[in-house]
Design a protein around this ligand. Structure first.
Ligand SMILES: Nc1ncnc2c1ncn2[C@@H]1O[C@H](COP(=O)(O)OP(=O)(O)OP(=O)(O)O)[C@@H](O)[C@H]1O
Ligand SMILES: [Mg+2]
Length: 279
């Protein structure tokens, strides 16, 4: 018997009106996500990945089809609880962090809104969140603009944790980061997923990232779901020609890079400490 999925999409379709034309960005997509798993969504630019993310978050209502959370249909107008339990981490967290608020204030606001902890407890909770994402407590009083890309992404992840989210939709969360920072953020995400029993929907066009983090992969093309398989099976035996072409485009990791990664994991430190502010 399979467990009830934490999230299900049933025949999701989304059209956009552009002038007199209608674009079908997402075309009759269905999938289930189990609690604790990482489902990657891959596909070329314009294949409908972010549109699905926006529907899951309740930013865009589906044109037709439904989404369910723990077996219950998600309403078009989401409750505070839904907004708390399903969170988004974007490619560029600067656009979702208020530039005039310190990091601590942003995290405290998430705790306030969702009424986690008492007023007296919240400053300490903020410190604990920073610690969980590998940022030094001194980051609390900085503004988002004084952080590197990797550090900002850690703050965005801390905010999702502050909300005690269950499902985190990550839309190209590491695409703007260099390869080493990317590897550290991926490791952090993987650790937090295990520690907090989180469920990830991880959107990326980068299949080498998928290999490292995903349990299953959904392949999108022109708004359709063309293949959905376990990560290993997909790489070993892709059934669709389109998936094969995506896989053959994955860059081969060089021996130097593998060695460098090995050295890094031995001397590992959070990029809060080692990353230069511009990285
Ligand atoms: N708000 C919108 N108005 C009109 N068309 C849109 C809108 N949002 C998305 N689209 C169109 O829907 C299609 C799917 O876009 P979407 O952003 O979901 O793709 P994507 O897979 O996330 O691409 P990328 O990898 O570039 O982020 C595209 O043709 C896009 O132009
Ligand atoms: Mg997108």
């Amino acid at each position: 018997m399979t467990a009830q999925p934490i999230l299900s999409a049933h025949n999701l379709t989304r059209d956009f009106r552009v002038g007199k034309r209608t674009i079908r960005a997402v075309d009759d997509i269905s999938f289930d996500v189990q609690k604790g798993e990482c489902l990657a969504i891959v596909g070329e630019s314009g294949s409908g990945k972010s549109t699905v993310a926006n529907m899951i978050l309740g930013i865009h209502p589906p044109t037709s089809g439904t989404l369910s959370f723990h077996g219950e249909e998600l309403p078009v107008k989401r409750t505070l609880l839904h907004r708390e339990k399903i969170q988004l981490v974007q490619q560029n967290p600067l656009s979702s962090l208020n530039p005039r608020r310190s990091i601590a204030a942003s995290l405290r606001l998430a705790l306030d809104v969702h009424k986690h902890g008492t007023r007296g407890e919240r400053p300490q909770m903020v410190q604990k969140l920073l610690e969980e994402v590998g940022l030094d407590p001194s980051f609390a009083n900085r503004s988002p603009s004084a952080l590197s890309g990797g550090q900002r992404q850690r703050v965005a992840i801390a905010r999702a944790l502050a909300c005690q989210s269950e499902v985190v939709v990550l839309d190209e969360p590491t695409s703007a980061l260099d390869v080493l920072v990317q590897a550290r953020i991926l490791r952090l995400l993987d650790d937090l997923r295990t520690m907090h029993g989180l469920t990830f929907i991880f959107i990326t066009h980068d299949l080498s990232v998928v290999r490292n983090i995903a349990d299953r992969v959904a392949v999108f093309q022109y708004g359709k779901l063309v293949e959905l398989a376990d990560t290993e099976a997909l790489f070993e035996n892709p059934t669709e020609e389109y998936t094969r072409s995506l896989i053959s485009a994955v860059p081969v990791v060089s021996t130097e890079e593998v060695e460098l990664r090995g050295r890094l994991s031995k001397t590992e430190a959070a990029d809060g400490g080692v990353e230069s502010p511009g990285a």
